[in-house]
Design a protein around this ligand. Sequence first.
Ligand code: SAH
Length: 357
Amino acid sequence: MPNIKEYSVEDINALFVSWGQKPYRAKQVIRWLYGRGVRSFSEMTDLSEELRTKLTESFTLNSPELAEQRDSADGTTKYLWRYNDGNTVESVLLNYRYGTSVCVSTQAGCRMGCKFCASPDAGFARNLTASEILDQVLFAQLKSGTQIGRIDLMGIGEPLDNFDNVVRFITLVRDPLFSPGGRAKGSAPGLNIGMRHITVSTCGLVPQIAKFAELEIPCNLSVSLHAPDDETRSALMPVNNRYNIAELIDCCERYYNKLNRRITFQYALIKGVNDSPAQAKLLAGLMRKVSGHVNLIHLNDTGNGLKAGDDRAFGALLLERGATVTTRRSLGADIDAACGMLRRRTIEKGQREVVTA
Ligand code: SAH
């Protein structure tokens, strides 16, 4: 049976028309789903018994359970969700001065194998569906009681390795009707997030970036670069053996020219690995070519022996060479907020994990 949350507002409207229902009934259902986050059709108490039964017989809801929640002293919250096949993923809710953002996972596990990341250790189970990604946003909003303003696809998984579901997810969020007005008493508002507040982050799957550019979705693109030379990047990120830096930068240049949107390049400084002045110079050169922006990330220690480099010194070298640079604030260090750390720990503890891939 399909999950009704895979349906767009338009799909639900069309379904209700085909069932001979009044159009406002579709709106009621959407309000229950996205305003209230109900877990069963029987909770939709303003629908007739007959319609609730028909929905129950035709669709699932499959909402994830909250398996664990960790609250950081700095206001960051990490959720570990368990889907009904037993697979777990993480989302992180971050509170900034300008609003709340949620960082969501796109796959249960990851196949990319980056050396500094905790995600690959726990293995790859499967892709998440569009509604499973959407549920992370919806339930983080409902659990926290705060309206989410930004979504980063930067949790566990490689979004462009799960291309169709990620694009479908963006299509679902894009629908303005997902912000159902007239919210029911006591419920959180629905989703209302503009494309410019969504960021897709990739480790650099070149053909998929090109395919994504074709869709001309006006969201933000972030590329995890982490090294400006092939030798270092291949040692850190196996994907670089498939698509090297020259190919990646060329593809990013085409993306920029087509969409006229600057790409942010993520760079986690690793002491003695990617933080030399020569590497700063190379990186500044790449950024000039692609009109890119560098975001320096503080490396989270995931117990693999790699240590964080000095962002200030490296950032200063980049600025001297005309690059634009920001430094990402490190949040949630006390709650294992780095990608995949909680899922990995859960699996290490031997909690149930179903691998179906
Ligand atoms: N696969 C996608 C998105 C998930 S990773 C990608 O590669 O972009 C999200 C971001 O966290 C990426 O920039 C990734 O390189 C970074 N990251 C992973 N492990 C990290 C760590 N230990 N410390 C700091 N950043 C890390």
